[in-house]
Write a protein that binds this ligand. Sequence first.
Ligand code: DGY
Length: 330
Amino acid sequence: MTRPTVVVTREVFDDVIGLLREQADVVDNPDDTPLTPAQLTERAAGADALVCALTDRIDATLLQAAPRLRVVANIAVGHNNIDLAACTARGVLATNTPGVLDETTADFAWALLLGVARRLTEAERYLREGRWLGWQLKQLAGADVHGATLGIVGMGRIGQAIARRAAGFRMNVLYCNRTRLPESTEQALGARWVDQAALLAQADFVLLMVPYSPATHHLIGAAELAAMKPSAFLINTARGGVVDDGTLIEALASRRIAGAALDVFEGEPAFDRRFLDLDNVVLSPHIASSSVATRRAMAMLAARNALAALRGETPPNLLNPAALQGPGIR
Ligand code: DGY
């Protein structure tokens, strides 16, 4: 029996490649060079499975050029890089990696929140640039986190992991979400469900944890920033595009809000360079889930999803069960 071919689009861990090789021939990318759409299409042409990343756009054109493809296994929980409808139409299964990155992402959301509140990156720049001449009472004075109001927009697994950590800071936690959580979960988290307008008006820290979709495109724009307290901070660990970055830059520059901390950007890895001129923003390059253990777990889960599909099983993290019915338009 011919072995299936798995194309792994980015560098992963050796044990992940090892697992795939037990059941398949593997075309990997140990140099981690991001593939252009043309290179990705060329590799996908001979693939039975793609283990891919959010840097790979999986759309109808690519799928058309990949007649053998049975599964697209994203190494991410977010999957806005995959056209799910196009996958379903061709009977291609699509999977993601929920569950394994919640705690690590929540840790990092807190690193951003604390960093911007206490001006950590600004303080480090100050020190490294030799500007520290001695102690001053008001030196780099920031905002208190303990006792403040945290507003979480998007209360899925990661939002809940973020909320759990707020108890240690004795924060007042508000959240908004498409669906309200069961009362027992709200009580366990100490979180109160409010609408977005109330959350924006009351929160000292507005933290975004929603998936990106047309419905969440520019969820935070001029009106929402205007609705926030001038002393409030915005933290985006969700996806670029959820915030209108150009408008945010204006709000930060004019001190309409106190600050922001961003792990994701519209059009990343490109981002609006005007952010670099602002002291009241903490910037990081989409690393919220990046602990060694978690990135390994994500890649391993993607590999397991791909292998399950190749064995004819339903992969554990299937996003488009309708694709199990087979191709509609091949
Ligand atoms: C995800 O899993 O969606 C993360 O953004 C990947 O880093």
